[in-house]
Design a protein around this ligand. Structure first.
Ligand code: FCB
Length: 455
């Protein structure tokens, strides 16, 4: 019999989504326009002209989706709130219908015994605030804290885990550096200033949330990949270290060491952000948890980032599958930074899934053995990292549903549940069924648990 890896009895198994990627109903019931509405409606910005106008129609189908979560046995669900759905202009008047939606969602989750983990910002800034300069304008930080307070007052009695930002690095660098994401700006100096403002907004929101209920768990979610070398050459080791400091360190250091990483700061020259007195103390307030989103690693060789590591498997995103790097990442984080308890808030893989009607017309199946392998390997490495001393409390698979994958539109499928985007039909993939077994058994067999495993 295969060796089993079990998890602590209170380990939180979940799945994650984000508002713009699944909700749809982009202009219904008083919702305001977001920068992602504007961006996806601009020709040429998103592959095939896809938009999140309808997405997974989750706004109307949340009850059915929660029934599916229950079927998987999820213990927790990570979702985000669309800021312009609840405050259409980002500040000022509140939209009661928008707040009611999240109220019903949370109640339905709790009725299904699923813990809600709420993210306040997963990239869909109200367009009205972008018109004021968006995250380049420091005033927006205060509006964000007001929005956080509004949500906590409404849901704080039932939602106990609050995340301020999802992947601030992506908002800063993809939204303002290379323009791949909304609002589509290409200005390195602005990107670094935006990153700083996101930190300030985070700090103000942490204060606002704790000011209302000091018992809430507050955290932030960072996207972090390890930076590794193929050789032992000193140049490569130094290059990988620079990549780590400029990307991961740029976000970890302010939060957990109250300063920007000196090596990366110097490298940015006159592009460094304007930092006001008191900012670093505000930014580095104690957190209750750190969320890590990690999918792959960065590998350097001979002074270059490798696009393809010989012999490695790649997902549809062009991301290398390398689970051992996941363990190395977690242990490095815990060793080098004074971090709070960790949740994996996103991990998963996109593959080209197809529906096979082998169970009959009413029982279509999606066989996705590569995703099962990917998840099994990453769960295993995460469990080994816990043996190494990493205080990991939970794991959210990205994603519950196939959804709108930002500038790739609907071309990438990450779901445990297949979504036919034309009909909105949902089909639990083999990986979803496998995950349900992992949750039910609270563990995995180290050398291969699969759907036929009936031990
Ligand atoms: C992360 C995002 C998430 C999803 C995955 C694939 O960067 O947070 O919304 O797009 O990547």
């Amino acid at each position: 019999m295969a060796e089993r890896l079990t998890f602590p009895s209170d380990f939180v198994w979940g799945a994650a989504t984000a508002a713009y990627q699944i909700e749809g109903a982009w202009n219904e019931d008083g919702k305001g326009e977001s920068i992602w509405d504007r961006f996806s409606h601009t020709p040429g910005k998103v592959r095939d002209g896809d938009t999140g106008d309808v997405a997974c129609d989750h706004y109307h189908r949340y009850r059915d989706d929660i029934a599916l979560m229950r079927q998987l046995g999820l213990k927790a669900y990570r979702f985000s709130v669309s800021w312009p759905r609840v405050i259409p202009n980002g500040r000022g008047a509140v939209n009661p219908a928008g707040l009611d939606f999240y109220d019903r969602l949370v109640d339905e989750l709790l009725a299904a015994n699923i813990q809600p983990f709420l993210t306040l910002y997963h990239w869909d800034l109200p367009q009205a605030l972008q018109d004021l300069g968006g995250w380049g304008n420091r005033d927006v930080c205060g509006y964000f804290a007001d929005y956080a307070a509004l949500m906590v007052r409404r849901l704080g009695d039932r939602v106990r885990h609050w995340t301020t930002f999802n992947e601030p690095a992506v908002t800063a660098f993809a939204g303002h550096g290379n323009g791949e994401h909304a609002p589509g700006m290409k200005d390195e100096k602005l990107a670094l200033q935006v990153a700083h403002h996101l930190f300030v907004a985070h700090g103000l929101a942490v204060q606002a949330i704790r000011g209302i209920d000091p018992g809430l768990n507050v955290g932030i979610v960072l996207d972090i990949w390890s930076a590794e070398t193929m050789t032992d050459s000193e140049e490569d080791i130094a290059f990988a270290e620079m990549i780590w400091q400029a990307r991961a360190g740029w976000f970890l250091s302010p939060l957990f060491r109250a300063c920007y990483p000196p090596m990366a700061w110097q490298r940015h020259g006159d592009k460094v952000p304007d930092v006001r007195p008191g900012d670093m103390a505000l930014i580095s307030q104690r957190l209750d948890f750190l969320g890590i989103n990690s999918y792959s690693r960065t590998v350097v060789k001979n002074g270059e980032v490798l696009r393809s590591v010989p012999g490695s498997e790649y997902t549809e995103m062009g991301w290398e599958v390398c689970a051992p790097a996941f363990r190395r990442l977690l242990t490095r984080l815990a060793r080098e930074y004074p971090i709070p308890p960790v949740y994996i808030t996103e991990n998963g893989a996109a593959f080209r899934d197809v529906v096979s009607p082998d169970g009959g017309a009413n029982n279509a199946r999606v066989h996705d053995p590569r995703r099962i392998n990917y998840l099994r390997e990453h769960f295993t490495e995460a469990r080994l990292a816990m043996n190494d001393g990493v205080d990991l409390r939970g794991y959210f698979v990205w994603s519950l549903l196939d959804n709108f994958e930002w500038s790739y539109g609907y071309s990438k499928r990450f779901g445990l549940i297949y979504v036919d985007h034309a009909t909105q039909q949902r089909i639990v993939k083999d990986s979803g069924q496998w995950y349900a077994q992992v949750i039910a058994r609270n563990g995995i067999a180290r050398n291969g648990i699969d759907l036929s495993d009936t031990e």
